[in-house]
Design a protein around this ligand. Structure first.
Ligand SMILES: [Zn+2]
Length: 425
């Protein structure tokens, strides 16, 4: 049976490439959320022709949603002839901006040397295309399949997924009994299973000062200098401490197998666009810093926050006139699916069959939509598995290998069959 399935996928190689190219040519850049509707409709039309019931669900009122930029998601479902579980393939259709440094047109979907080039090829339209081909080949070779199969194309993953998977999960699209197993074809490489991701805490810290004439700073209080003291304390105490924390989670790349924190942005004084070209004449009374703290399964979020606030509180005690506020911007708990979960075992078995070796189990350094599937949908049988090399995501000249897409489509189709047939429970 698998032989038939594998050759059906190979026979669809040209279709797979053409499908990937079509998807890339919708410039679904987020922000602002360009071309979501035509891209979703393209996927919907294709699956409708193959017997899927197709729904378009707009993430009404979610961040960025407007009549100009509607957050249009597509969810397609096909029922089998016998009762059984539901397997859901979820891909985000949004991509990040192209940026500079490309040697090809990022939205032309150039095919060269066995690769498709373009923004979103790797992250993650190549994975989306591979999952569609996997499902189509499975349906052709298994007309009597059990259970149900769903494919969704969702928006805004790159900006938190609020109008996409989070919205759908709140509406019941990612919960039992509707869905049992979820595979997210993010680019984690064709022979690796991604079990989850580290946690995230984004916060905005503001130091306070007092405005005064720049020629007499002693009459005011410089918020930027206070922030300088914060940064200095982070360098002395926080960064070395974070660096010492190691996790048992198999995070890739290796450098992310510890706690990390990025300083995302810093703004102090009047903004430069306030009066273009003219420097601010004042002592700044406010300085804002946004931090991006990635934490581990072994860490508690309360402890993660108090590491930062205890430094700020110490400065408040020790540094004259120091005052601050801190505001949570985003919080995501770390998540890791059990290795014995059915979806993990099914895909592992399929990887063994296609590559004749054990899969690697990894954890993503950053989050993706699995967080919403788990937290809002309460489905813990969820992994990321798909073609593409993670390091190429968001970079210029992003590409996905055609051979990799074909092989991972085979893995997805075989894994799908194992789950629907109840071969792993
Ligand atoms: Zn992605």
């Amino acid at each position: 049976m698998d032989e038939k399935l594998k050759s059906a996928i190979e026979a669809k190689t040209d279709d797979l490439v053409a499908l990937t190219q079509d998807l890339i040519r919708f410039p679904t850049v987020n922000p602002p959320g360009e071309a979501y509707t035509p891209c979703a409709e393209y996927i919907g039309r294709r699956l409708q022709k193959r017997g899927f019931a197709v729904e378009y669900v707009r993430g009404e009122g979610t961040p960025g949603d407007s009549d100009r930029y509607p957050r249009t998601n597509v969810v397609a479902r096909i029922e089998g002839r016998r009762p059984g579980p539901t397997v859901h393939f979820n891909s985000h259709i949004d991509v990040v901006e192209a940026g500079d440094g490309w040697t090809v047109d990022p939205f032309a979907a150039v095919v060269k040397d066995g690769r498709v080039y373009g923004r979103g090829t790797c992250d993650m339209k190549g994975g989306l295309a591979a999952s569609i081909i996997a499902v189509e080949a499975y349906l052709e070779t298994n007309p009597d399949f059990a259970g149900a199969i769903e494919i969704s194309g969702t928006v805004d993953e790159e900006s938190g997924g609020f109008g996409g998977v989070a919205y759908l999960a709140r509406k019941g699209y990612f919960s039992r009994p509707r869905v049992d197993h979820v595979i997210i074809p993010e680019p984690l490489n064709k022979d690796r299973i991604c079990l989850g991701h580290r946690g995230v805490w984004w916060a905005e810290i503001e130091t306070k000062g007092q405005i005064a004439h720049g020629s007499m700073p002693f009459l005011g209080d410089c918020a930027v200098r206070h922030m300088g003291a914060v940064l200095d304390a982070f360098e002395q105490d926080l960064f070395p401490a974070l660096d010492r924390k190691r996790t048992a989670m198999p995070v890739v790349p290796e450098g992310a197998r510890r706690s990390t924190m990025n300083l995302n942005s810093i703004h102090g004084g009047q903004t430069e666009d306030y009066r273009p070209g003219l420097p601010s004449p004042n002592v700044p009374d406010r300085c804002r810093l946004t931090i991006d703290r990635r934490f581990l399964l072994e860490e508690d979020i309360a402890e993660v926050k108090s590491e930062v606030t205890s430094i700020l509180d110490r400065l408040k005690r020790e540094r004259p006139k120091f005052d601050y506020t801190i505001r949570d911007v985003m919080e995501v708990q770390p998540t890791m699916t059990d290795r014995d979960a059915p979806v993990v075992r099914a895909v592992a078995e399929a990887i063994r069959e296609i590559f004749d070796r054990e899969p690697a189990y990894v954890i993503s350094p950053g989050t993706y939509d699995q967080k919403h599937v788990a937290r809002l949908g309460h489905i813990y049988d969820c992994i990321a598995y798909g073609p593409g090399i993670l390091d190429l995501a968001h970079r210029p000249d992003e590409w996905v290998g055609i051979g990799d897409m074909v092989e991972s489509a085979k893995v997805m189709a075989i894994g799908l069959g194992l789950l629907l047939d109840g071969k792993v429970d």
